[in-house]
Write a protein that binds this ligand. Structure first.
Ligand code: PDD
Length: 286
């Protein structure tokens, strides 16, 4: 079934939504994005995604073309039009179409291009992968130095996914100066006893919205939180490992570079945090 998508104020059949070849998103990857999950037809962690969008745009000197309220209304309309129960909304804002190619940012009078569409994922909660866990490989983090800005330059993360696929695993974890930064499209954690360890928020990682919620719920559930980098060897020797993102919630990681983590099966902490996260999100989805 053809989707109804959003483009610059209009809801259109997907085949009719067209963007210029001069759009800076297309020519320069000059744009930012957000992925917001939908549970029971409602938005989860919306405020966090709207706030991060604002921050990404401001770090790139782009004017935010949509208020958080308008964005929420637009997302809800897309969910309604496409009858999404579980899935995702992808939003992209680019610096628009200046009518030619130039390295210089166009004048602020050039309007941003705003695109959004839904992705139907009926088994977002009952994801088969959550039952077996992710196997990952580690690869060098060759991304640019401002990955805290959620830009659409996703070529290297995409290559990381392909390297994982070629190695017969599910994902790659990036390593910078000997320490894990994050996954191709998720934040990375290890568990040691009652402690959850994850890299601190700097320009080296994306400040995950799921990360913020999961760490808050983990603290409420009396886990200790340690925000610091860890190595692949420390992760391989940990009791458990997991990743978080809007698209996977909490995903157990059961193998790193061919070495099982803990029992080599999804561990109790990751499993419990996934349950808590889904329960809490169901309560607060709006
Ligand atoms: N990616 N780190 C990176 C590099 C990411 O791309 C993402 C999200 C995250 C987790 O952020 P959040 O919890 O806010 O989803 C961490 C999205 C899901 C994507 O690119 O599809």
């Amino acid at each position: 079934m053809s989707r109804t998508v959003y483009l610059n104020g209009e809801y259109l059949p997907e085949a009719e939504a067209k963007v210029s070849i001069f759009d800076r998103g297309f020519l320069m990857a000059d744009g930012v994005y957000e992925v917001t999950s939908v549970l029971d037809g409602k938005l989860i962690d919306f405020a966090g995604h709207a706030a991060r969008l604002e921050r990404s745009l401001s770090e790139l000197d782009m004017i935010n073309p949509v208020t958080a309220d308008d964005l929420a209304a637009m997302f809800r309309e897309l969910v309604r039009l496409n009858r999404i129960d579980q899935g995702m909304i992808y939003l992209q804002v680019t610096r628009g179409n200046p009518g030619d190619r130039s390295f210089v940012f166009p004048d602020v009078s050039v309007p941003a291009t705003v695109v959004a569409f839904t992705q139907d994922v009926p088994n977002l909660v009952d994801a088969p992968a959550a039952k077996t866990g992710f196997k990952v490989i580690s690869i060098p983090d060759l991304r640019w130095a401002r990955v805290d800005i959620k830009t659409t330059q996703l070529l290297y993360p995409s290559m990381g996914k392909m390297l994982a696929k070629k190695a017969g695993v599910d994902d790659s974890w990036f390593v910078k100066d000997g320490e894990v930064t994050e996954g191709t499209s998720n934040n990375a954690y290890i568990v040691k006893g009652n402690r959850i360890i994850t890299r601190q928020l700097t320009t080296d990682i994306l400040h995950g919205i799921t990360r913020a919620s999961v760490l808050r719920f983990a603290a409420e559930a009396q886990f200790e939180i340690e925000e610091r980098p860890f190595t692949v060897a420390e992760a391989q020797a940990a009791d458990e490992a997991f990743s978080t993102a809007a698209t996977i919630f909490v995903m157990p990681v059961v193998e790193i570079d061919g070495q099982p983590v803990g029992s080599g099966k999804p561990g109790p902490v990751a499993t419990r945090l996934r349950e808590i996260y889904i329960d809490e999100m169901r309560k607060t989805a709006a």
